[in-house]
Ligand binder design. Sequence first.
Ligand SMILES: [Zn+2]
Ligand SMILES: [Zn+2]
Length: 345
Amino acid sequence: MQVTGLGTAELREVPEPRPEQGEVVIRPTTVGICGTDVHVLHHGALIDPDELPLTLGHEFVGEIVEVAGPPQRSQYPALGRLLAPGARVTVEPLVPCGSCLACRRGRPNRCGRMSHLGIWRDGAMADAVSAPVGRVVPVPDALDDTQAALIELYACAVNFVDQGRVEAGAHVAVVGAGPVGLATAQCALAAGAATVTLVDPQASRRRFAAAIGLGEASPDAAAARAALDELTGGQGASVVFECVGAGPAIDDALSLAAVGGRVVAAGIPTGAVTLDWNVVVTRELAVVGAFASSWSFARTIDLMAAGRLDAAALVTARVPLDDAVHALNDTARDPRHCKVHLQVA
Ligand SMILES: [Zn+2]
Ligand SMILES: [Zn+2]
């Protein structure tokens, strides 16, 4: 499943990946379609058009079929199983350089020389994908393939919640009730938030949020602010997650924050945005970015295995890889759908 040009996705025969020393080849079984995939395909977001074709796919589970070099242990000590052929694994798809200051400080998602499966190197919407062994994460039997293919999304949400410093009893708001917003809402609750107020203008998304137990979402920021004022005696949310990445949604996020509150910018805008920055200054808001995951796969797996995250509830469609073009062009962009999974095998 390759992007061959802006807005053009094709299922093509390509050579099997040749793993470099220290890489593994994985045969994916389930691959999620991420909003980023749609962004890359239809808006050319993040990618260099000269680097096409590109195989999409960075949320996946599969089985190791080849290891270039001796089998190694996972870089996650708690999961330290041998990464040998036959192992069921997922991949933390951000590939950091490993040697810069950010990497040495344990923040691979701040690496200035990072690559990323499915964005800057070939991804998993294929019969085979190669990945550096250090990014490969064993999946426990307690998680099925549906859950395992959602670890990446939830690991990002865990990082967002870390960046938000959500405290027990906090009243939190999430702008955007797509897969990222819903995963972030679940992770905030798992971190001890007392309430999560979701905002989304799309009625189908609000209905879906309610159906998976996240309560009644607000159609706009004014309604969300009223709901938050009720909960907090007029203070607003102590932490707000912006999971859309567009100017109006960011303004909405700022308007929901309590004085001195924290606003986590998790949505990636496709261009420059215009904001009412006055709110940040005069209400002393802390605005912090949150990008991808940062060594958060093991904690995410623990939360899922403990039943603290209802990840599988997000999946509304499962389609064969053969139908990936239609799934990327239509199903994944249909607001009546949440997470779309491709079945490779
Ligand atoms: Zn993604
Ligand atoms: Zn680095």
